[in-house]
Structures are given as C-alpha cells and as structure tokens.
Ligand binder design. Structure first.
Ligand SMILES: [Fe+2]
Length: 171
C-alpha cells in the first residue's frame, strides 16, 4: 500500500470508529433520558445532545459516502475503550444520576479526543473536504462536555438535598 492509500485507509477506519462511537453515545444517553425523573435540566440537555448526535452520525455517513465508502459496514465497528466507558453508564444504583454524570463527562471527553485525532489525520492526509464536518461534531462535543462540567455541582447539590429530604433522588 502506498503512502496515499495508507493515509486514506487510516482516515476511513477513524471515521468508521467515530460512527461506532456515536452509536455508543446514543446507547448511553437514550436509557438515561428514559429513566430521569427529578433532573429536568439534565433531561433537556440529554435530549438536545441525542438529537445532535443523530445529526453527527448522518454527517459522518455522508462523509464516508463522499469517499466512496459504503455505510453498510458501519454497524460492524466496535471500540473496546468506549465499551468499557459505556459500562459506567446506565447503572441501576442509589446514586445513578451521579454515576451517569461522571460517565457522561468521561464519554464526551473521549469523543473530543477522537475528533481532535481525526482532524490531525484529516490534515496529514490532505482530506480538506472532511474538516468542516469534523469541526462541527467536535464543537458539539466540547459544548456538551462544558455543560456537564458546569452542571456537576448543581446536579450533585440537588441529589444531596433530595436525599436529605427523603425524596426520590437516584434518577
Ligand atoms: Fe457527544
């Protein structure tokens, strides 16, 4: 394989992995949203990011197609690191909302790292047509990570005060 096709193959694998990562993101967020009862701010932001993530997947699919890659192979991709991060999510526990807040923050930062790495591959391979899509996805992950970061103290305070009041607090 020459250098050009090597760079292209590396990038295509990266894009397919990103698509699998977004599948994982949806499988983490959707069950959380279904279970939330006492944290409407978290529910609203999760709903928004689920919709953003669905859009990210469409953009990745279109990008792969523009490189002549079939999207039928996408469902086969798997990421073990993401899988183990995901295991942190949707745990049924007394402090489920806290565990999910931590797992979501970890996952969003994983996604940020993934898109930053893809942008480097994109630049090295000269695939300028992919840059806008990758930046758009990256920006949405950065915004979500930042929201989770900013909301961590509020969600923790609410959890503690609900628990102290003897109210339902875990989701
Ligand atoms: Fe995300």
């Amino acid at each position: 394989m020459d250098e050009t096709s090597q760079a292209r193959e590396i990038f295509m694998v990266g894009l397919r992995n990103a698509h699998a990562m977004e599948n994982q993101a949806l499988s983490i967020m959707r069950p959380q949203l279904e279970r939330i009862e006492n944290y409407p701010d978290v529910a609203r932001r999760l709903q928004q990011h689920i919709e953003e993530t669905e859009g990210q997947q469409v953009r990745l699919e279109n990008l792969l197609q523009s490189f002549g890659e079939s999207s039928s192979t996408l469902k086969d991709a798997a990421l073990s690191v993401v899988g183990s991060l995901a295991a942190l999510g949707h745990t049924v526990a007394d402090d489920e909302i806290i565990k999910n807040s931590l797992a979501n923050f970890a996952f969003e930062n994983f996604e940020i790292a993934a898109y930053k790495s893809l942008l480097v591959m994109c630049q090295l391979g000269g695939f300028g047509q992919a840059e806008a899509v990758l930046r758009q996805n990256l920006d949405e992950e950065v915004a979500m990570a930042s929201w989770l970061d900013g909301n961590l103290s509020a969600v923790t305070e609410r959890f503690v005060s609900l628990r102290e009041a003897g109210a339902s607090a875990n989701v």
